[in-house]
Design a binder for this molecule. Structure first.
Ligand SMILES: [Zn+2]
Length: 295
């Protein structure tokens, strides 16, 4: 094994360990590249598949203050397996006459192959927008110890960049990307037609990205939600991934209510690929309505 391979492996392993932060390890099945595109006004949007995590339903991730049996009930009602919870890890590409913008980079799984399927070379990416600095969103910024997108400016909120620099678990990635990071204040417009939106609770500087072209809109919600089943059926249940759980719960409930009311199209990086669709109100909670736009 070459040293670059071991670096990649080490990064992937660090990423996985951090993703679980002391929780039970997930299985990581073979990662298959996939890319699905559609147009949004004058923009070309591509959802890109990176990885898939299969987590045991052991009460350590979802419904921390509830039992695995209660989680099983929700999974069963949705027709999903009840002993595991599957989360996709995906990224979003926005192509316009102004350039190529990638939002999040996955854990370093199949993303590069998915980009190739979409006809994009790593050097074509002008900007990488990061929702937050967890390894399943920034892991793909680095490949073989080098920048994976050599011509890209890397953008994240100033608060999130400070958080990343203080997090030993991502020190290797931070070192490699540091000279290419251009932080912004949450709420700022970060690219033509793309505005950042503070979404509190998950990490200190977590943001979503509102993408607009003409009358069409798409909102990348980052990690406001994780499971298309549990996060929507029980937005007020604590999830282990949220750094500030009460704030995460409040943000989730508030954001989901607004998205349902406005019938806003969203991209959710951990929902079943391609993760494009709508939040619908369902009694006192919500449900996922995938869009049939992506092809
Ligand atoms: Zn995540």
């Amino acid at each position: 094994m070459t040293s670059s391979h071991s670096t990649t492996r080490l990064l992937a392993m660090t990423a996985l360990m951090l993703f679980h932060q002391g929780l039970a390890m997930a299985q990581m099945p073979a990662q298959q590249p996939d890319a699905k595109s559609f147009t949004l006004g004058k923009l070309d949007i591509v959802a890109l598949h990176d990885a898939q995590f299969v987590k045991p339903n052991d009460g350590k991730t979802f419904g921390l203050d509830h039992s695995p049996a209660e989680v099983s009930e929700l999974l069963k009602a949705a027709g999903a397996p009840t002993d595991t919870i599957t989360l996709s890890v995906d990224a979003l590409l926005v192509k316009s006459k102004d350039g190529v913008v990638l939002i999040d980079t996955g854990v370093g799984g199949a993303l590069q192959d998915s980009l190739a399927k979409a006809g994009i070379k790593p050097g074509d990416v002008n900007e990488v927008l990061i929702t937050h600095s967890h390894p399943d969103h920034i892991g793909g910024l680095v490949k073989d110890g080098k920048l994976a997108f050599p011509n890209a400016t890397i953008r994240m909120s100033d608060v999130e960049w400070d958080f990343a620099k203080s997090n030993k678990g991502v020190a290797e990635i931070v070192k490699i990307i540091a000279d290419h990071v251009k932080p912004f204040k949450a709420g700022a417009q970060v690219a033509p037609g793309i505005t950042s939106v503070a979404l509190k609770g998950h990490t200190p500087g977590h943001v979503g990205y509102q993408i607009k072209s003409g009358k069409e809109r798409l909102f990348d919600v980052g990690d406001t939600v994780h499971s298309s089943i549990i996060s929507l059926a029980k937005p007020d249940w604590a999830v282990a991934f949220d750094g500030d759980k009460p704030e995460g719960e409040q943000n989730r409930a508030r954001t989901l209510a607004a998205l349902a009311k406005d019938h806003e199209m969203i991209f959710a990086p951990h929902f079943p690929f391609p993760g494009i669709g709508y939040i619908e109100k369902d009694g006192d909670h919500f449900k996922w309505a995938p869009s049939d736009k992506p092809r």
